[in-house]
Ligand binder design. Structure first.
Ligand SMILES: *Cc1c(COP(=O)(O)O)cnc(C)c1O
Length: 475
């Protein structure tokens, strides 16, 4: 390494005295900036070869260091455009909250709130009381409670009602949900012995009858939320199970998964079992998620018979799985919106996105296509395309909503796969990353969930495509 080059590097103090560095100190603090300057200098030392003299001065190094800092100072949990064609994308945070829910959450964060305090009596209150009545009203259930998510709800129900006992489940409903939620594992951890009955495609009432015994703690029905079994199939209607269990002291649990509180057909979607229907059919407890079709924050709801809910609330695990005040505020505000179903689709983003007419999405695609095409020409061509949007998160499996979007295809015949991967990577590097989906020879941006067209277009202008030579492509 050439001594002359190393001697040419400014000292840390020199760099810190530059205007750039002083600005960075104001923003990030002295220690952080000092560390970044040291890292930049040490990077230069190892990069400098004896043969090359680096044209660096203190100002240049300060700029490099603040650019690196600006990069690392970005939040990891950044906003992204979900244009994947899956409205409730688990990896992208599922439901987007209603403004009413956001405002309630902000209040709960900024101020002290009557969380476990009864304002009428001035005594200690129950954390869940604010949403309990709403849930009872909206589902017709005798009572309700809630925990962190639906996986926790199922676990808590199993552990409370069937610890060291047996739970009967049809083989056709033995689900795995992404992220390591496997029913048999949850059962084992809840201390429950799983009794599988029937076959993958057919389970009959007699299978349930034969499995019932002195050790049965509960019968669990699971909404097969992320797949559908078709063809030669048989499942037992809830009504028949209710009749079978009458006289046995065995509760029937229905894990609805997504569940919904309204009839989705009024929004032009296929019918998905509502929680109220499951309660009415006779399930003793029904469990469902807060951030799937319901459109609220992550939560797991348990509604049903009063005596069972009381037992669940007495389980010490309930305390470990309880919801925090911020989400509780957002949940209450979200549930209140359901009191006015006529305005629900306008206020609840999940339903607004799902019920948006396809023509409106297509018009948006036509509106945006020229600007997007200008940024991508000449290496990519942009066309407006029909898409089929999925609901996601295991709601309405197999059901898609007609949608529209932009299909972006490489113009060169060779190296298409690599070009698409590079494009997808460049979109992820935008100030607000854009997440699409590669379908065949194109990268498709499904616009069903896009609401701020102006913001999207301005953001897209910042796109930097890697050079055409893959060896120079950004990592
Ligand atoms: C999604 C789902 C769960 C898990 O719910 P989370 O809220 O994600 O914890 C459990 N059961 C079914 C049937 C589901 O669809």
């Amino acid at each position: 390494m050439g001594d002359a080059t190393l001697r040419g590097l400014p000292s840390v103090d020199e760099v810190l005295r530059t205007a750039h560095a002083r600005e960075a100190v104001d923003r990030h603090g002295r220690q952080t900036v000092t560390d970044a300057v040291r890292a930049t200098l040490s990077g230069l030392r190892s990069a400098v070869s004896g043969a090359r003299v680096m044209p660096v001065n203190a100002d240049w190094i300060a700029k490099e260091a603040s650019a690196a800092l600006a990069h690392t100072a970005r939040p990891n949990l950044r906003a992204v455009y979900n244009l994947t064609g899956t409205v409730l994308h688990t990896n992208l945070g599922r439901a987007v909250l209603a403004e009413e829910a956001i405002a309630a959450a902000v209040t709960a964060m900024r101020q002290t709130v009557a969380l476990e305090f009864d304002l009428d009596s001035g005594r200690r209150g129950e954390r869940d009381n604010g949403v309990r009545d709403l849930l009872r009203d909206l589902t017709g259930a005798e009572d309700a409670t809630l925990v962190n998510n639906n996986a926790a709800a199922v676990h808590l129900v199993l552990n409370t009602l069937a610890n060291r006992r047996e739970a009967i489940v049809s083989r056709g409903e033995m689900i795995e949900i992404g992220g390591a939620f496997r029913l048999p594992d949850i059962m084992a951890r809840a201390g429950v012995r799983l009794i599988e009955i029937g076959t993958t495609n057919r389970t009959h009432l007699d299978d349930y009858r034969q499995a019932l015994g002195a050790r049965t703690g509960l019968v669990l029905k699971v909404h097969t939320s992320n797949y559908r079994i078709t063809g030669f199939t048989a499942a037992v209607p809830t009504g028949d199970l209710v009749a079978l269990l009458r006289g046995h002291d065995v509760p029937l649990i229905n894990d609805l998964g997504s569940g919904t509180l309204v009839d989705l057909t009024r929004f032009g979607l296929r019918h998905e079992p509502t929680v109220a229907e499951a309660v009415k059919e006779g399930a003793d407890l029904v469990t469902f998620s807060g951030d799937k079709l319901l459109g609220g924050p992550q939560a797991g709801f348990i509604v049903g018979r009063r005596e069972l809910i009381a037992r669940i609330n007495r389980n010490p695990l309930k305390r470990a799985l309880r919801i925090d005040k911020i989400r509780l505020a957002a949940i209450e505000a979200t549930l209140r919106l359901y009191r006015d179903p006529d305005r629900l689709a306008a206020r609840l983003p999940t339903l607004r996105h799902l019920s948006r007419p396809k023509e409106e999405v297509a018009a948006l695609a036509h509106h945006l296509a020229p600007a997007v095409a200008r940024v991508l020409a000449p290496r990519f061509a942009v066309t407006v395309t029909d898409c089929a949007c999925e609901i996601g998160s295991g709601a309405l499996p197999g059901e898609t909503v007609p949608s529209a979007g932009l299909a972006i295809a490489p113009t060169a015949a060779r190296g298409r796969g690599r070009a698409l991967a590079a494009l997808a990577a460049a979109l992820r590097k935008l100030p607000v990353p854009v997440i699409g989906r590669i379908a065949g020879d194109a990268l498709v941006l499904d616009l069903r969930t896009l609401e701020d067209a102006g913001g999207f277009a301005a953001n897209f202008m910042a796109l930097v495509l890697p050079s055409g030579d893959p060896r120079e492509a950004a990592p």
